[in-house]
Design a protein around this ligand. Sequence first.
Ligand code: DQA
Length: 153
Amino acid sequence: MLEIHVLNGPNLNLLGRREPAVYGHETLADIEARLRAKAEAEGVALTFLQTNDEGALVSAVQEAGLKGAGVVINAGAYTHTSIALRDAIAGSGALAVEIHLSNVHARESFRHHSMIAPVCKGVIAGFGAASYTLGFDACLSALRARPDAAARP
Ligand code: DQA
């Protein structure tokens, strides 16, 4: 069974009450529920996690990458700062899709640079909560297109 880990970084636990004009009114639990329904329909095993700790996020990426799971990651502010996260994606060979609710390129210049984008398969930003479903779909199609997909359990 294909496996996708949706990993959320700092402050995403505040979705729904956090700057709603930027991030919308949906909570992370709403987003998780939608993804769980989608994963079930697609026959994908879903892991969904949020942490405010950089080290925990690094460990979660390593775990997913080493077991061959796809990763959909909203790393929050660590996107812009974390070399450790970038190294975890590259080092574990994770097939990762970077996502953001907001269009980071239309915001402050410090959000324009991503440490992790160069080691991700692609980036989706600016579609609100739909960035998660778009990221899930992109990750799933990339997993299915992997040359060794048929050989994986
Ligand atoms: C974010 C964008 C980041 O710049 C910010 O630090 C976040 C959320 C987004 O989903 O739009 O925490 O990743």
